[in-house]
Design a protein around this ligand. Sequence first.
Ligand code: PA5
Length: 488
Amino acid sequence: MPKIRFDFNNMMDFNVGVHGVKPSELKTFSARAGKAFNHLTSVLKNRQSRIALSLEWSKLPLQDKKVVASIQRLGKGIADKYENVISLGIGGSYLGIKAAQDALLPPYYNDFPGVRKGSPRIFFEGNNLDPVTLSSLLSNLNPRKTFVVVISKSGETTETKAALELVEAWLKRGAGAKFARQIIAVTDPKAGTLRKKVSEASAKDPLAYRSLPLLEGVGGRFSELNMGLLHLAITGVKIAEVLEGAADMAKSCALADMFKNPALFYASLSVIAYEKKGKPISIIMPFSEQLKSTADWYIQLLAESTGKKYARKVVLEQGAEKWVEDRSDLINTGRTPISARGTNDLHSIQQNNIEGRNDKIVTFIRIEKFRKDLKLPVSDDFLSGRALSGLLKTAQEGTAWALNREMRPNCTISLRELNAYYWGALLFFFEMATAFEGELLGVNAFNQPGVESYKNYMFHKLKKPGISKEVAREIDGNPMKRIKKYIL
Ligand code: PA5
């Protein structure tokens, strides 16, 4: 077990009264938790099911060391040659690498050459359709000194596709005929427009549009340890250390005993709090500026995985499981995640956490030993000589205490330090906890059907070929009403 401590005391009734979980409730729940554990474990053991149901991410910590070493070399080659990297992608093709960037690279990495120590600056685009950010970036970068990594599992996502076309045109104008040698695509090995583009370009010039495959059965938001590896390599993070932390966490999360398996314990407490104590909101609050983006990554993980309209129905097909939506079982379930950070948001959302509706659980993440620390000058003030890290820890304890006092459930995940190993372990913990939570809620945690509606609307309005008549009829037949008196 990696040295990460999970303290669930403040989720319990003896600390937060009727809003907490009773030990007897946990005991009763253990049968349901055991069932969820057994089912998930059986799926994870079956390669065919794992791939078909998008659970292959669970094997990423143990991926081929030679492949990892070759990605590490590829990244170094890019880092040695270019001053800037633009990373294009959205959702699961963005949030994991942004989380890695902020957690594992020194703060102000992009701002100071001395901090970067020769590695390229990394800019994220394609995660919005906002024209201002991309135009500002392109008008300030030198195309000859810029490399582009485009990440899209499907190869079809509008935001990424639009950004890529603009960046490609910019490179073509500024970097010359061989501009496509400055692009790597991380995408599905076979399907999608991006893969097609890669195959066509590399058939003409093998160095143009090189690519890395996204593994079969690894869904976007669970793919940091696949699609994010090149980014880690470019920025000089040792991929093997991230994977080692994840692999050690995987061992703990494979234990059947809830009291030894942090992911199963966390998911069980969260579901009891959700179903029995009226806690539909989950606030993730790291007390570390560097972990804010990891909290943002978790928001997508929990929201897209467990926020579901219909229950899951398991169907057996030739010995393998198939999961379908049970349209007769409308459940509209899933907790709402919110990311916050200490201490910034103690002067913001915390007022509501403490005195607003008692409908949340707060998960703190804290770091025991910081990479760097600062001591305040000696003075006659009560802060005299104190270390900032100590103040931060006391603020976190104070926040937990204040929540307890108002009977607000909370728990604390403590990392011995923030490095590649612990970050890999933390990521994998959240992935497993989300998978267990999906099982406990009886949903398919590995699809996101709700995301399709806005896309269909856009595609129909933009006249994308291939939109079904049924979808078109639904959109045209249900216009949004616009009554004058409600428009000021
Ligand atoms: O979790 C998911 O699968 C999604 O959030 C995707 O990552 C996101 O929609 C981007 O998709 P793609 O990588 O296909 O461009």
